[in-house]
Write a protein of this length. Sequence first.
Length: 535
Amino acid sequence: MLTRITHKMKWTAALVVLAATLFAPLGLAAVEKYDVVIRNGRVLDGTAAPWRQADVGIVGDRVVSVGYIPSGVAAELVIDAAGRYVAPGFIDAHSHASQGLETAARANAESLLRQGITSVYINPDGGGPADLTEQLETIKHNMPGVNVFPLIGHNAVREAVMGLANRSPTSAELTQMQTLVRKAMQQDAFGLSSGPFYIPGKYSNISELVAMSRAAAEFPGAFHTSHLRDESNYDVGVIASVQELIEVSRQTGIVGVITHFKMLGPDVWGQSEPLVKIINAAREEGLSIWADQYPYAASSTGLQAALVPGWAQEGGAKAVAKRLQDPESLAVIRPQMVENLARRAGPGAILIANYAADKSLEGRYLDEIARERSQDPLDTAIDMLIEGGAGIVSFNMNEDDLKRIMRQPWAMTSSDGGVPEFGVGNPHPRSYGAFARKIHKYVVKDEVITLEHMVHTSSGLTASVLGAHDRGYIRAGGYADVLVFDLAKVHDVANFDNPHAYSKGMDYVLVNGRPAILKGKLVQERHGRVLRPRR
């Protein structure tokens, strides 16, 4: 059966579009044979409308009918979705999946598909390569399990032109960076990502971000998604950082997205309340301001970015290690690191996710390691930085802020996760569970949001804001990225003690009309695509 599904989809794209155009208003396409029919499901179409009972018919990679399909119509695959929900495939607005998708063994993206993720936006936080060509060719060669929307990262572009220098660009360098952004936008990128919290973007000012955004905004549908300059009170503070992103949009007209929106650290807990008002005011002004969010009260980053002051990160990890070994430099840096550790809620809130110098420390807390070494926890952290640094998970957010942001109509869903090598390290569980967790914890258990809201902010809203044309909705003519699930069974299994565990409950996941998860089992064939913007 699966071979027939994969290899006998003979209907042409022209027929699909014609059928959708002629018959969509009736909810029934005049098709003699479907590739897939999903019957009797509770269809959530991605618009936030309540579910409705309907059949969904698919030909090739497109939905051609949503409504009643007579029982006698032939189909290669028939899915009885009675009592289950049928929803658009989830779109991850902020994903670090690129590294996994560039690795043949992980390109199937099982950890994503089992959450219901069928599309990802890669190269967030200003990251990725300055030239997307090689990255995207590698992903194409590996035949990804999910659809891929590339972004061009400001930090990558800045580093390609200026290295990790702590200074403003010259006029010539700024022009060169804009040229790289325009080239990426012309060829591959859907939008610009920035990360002024991280080096070298940390050394930029708002005029540089405006210049990069202005170059991107020359292309229809472009957007600017940013890891804010400060999600806490490291320097300018989270409120000023949100206002900076808004000002970039005000000056350029570009769509602005606050990515993985959070209030990081006890000092700024509760500031989501004034920030919601600030964002709503900007939207009332006519600016297109949005956010995305992952459903956890813990973040993940590098130990260097979390603890070392920005000025001392110039030159990268080797330069940092050298400064930390110099007594005079350390005397200046260490007091600031004390403050930064407090911002992260202290050493008991720092979990080591990966540490190449000593893998046995992965999955353990900084304070625990320090006690074993009879050290001050900050000295333990400094030793780890000297030995090459570490990835961390840090427990530093407040549930009230998380829930307030989640309820907003302008807040999309993201994971901020990747496609880890199964069983390696102690990564944040969001790589395996973010979207399933949002359903299980915040829809079913805590009733913070409705299922309609969750699906909309994980599919249709994201597609509309970030230019994923013909995706994110279940409607005639749209691409057939479709989920079938039993609401009572969807849940995340991964947690901070056991992060390598696949989510459960997705019975069927279709990517471009073909099964990726079939009766709860991963299909070996991969049907994702590297997508290009429609301009």
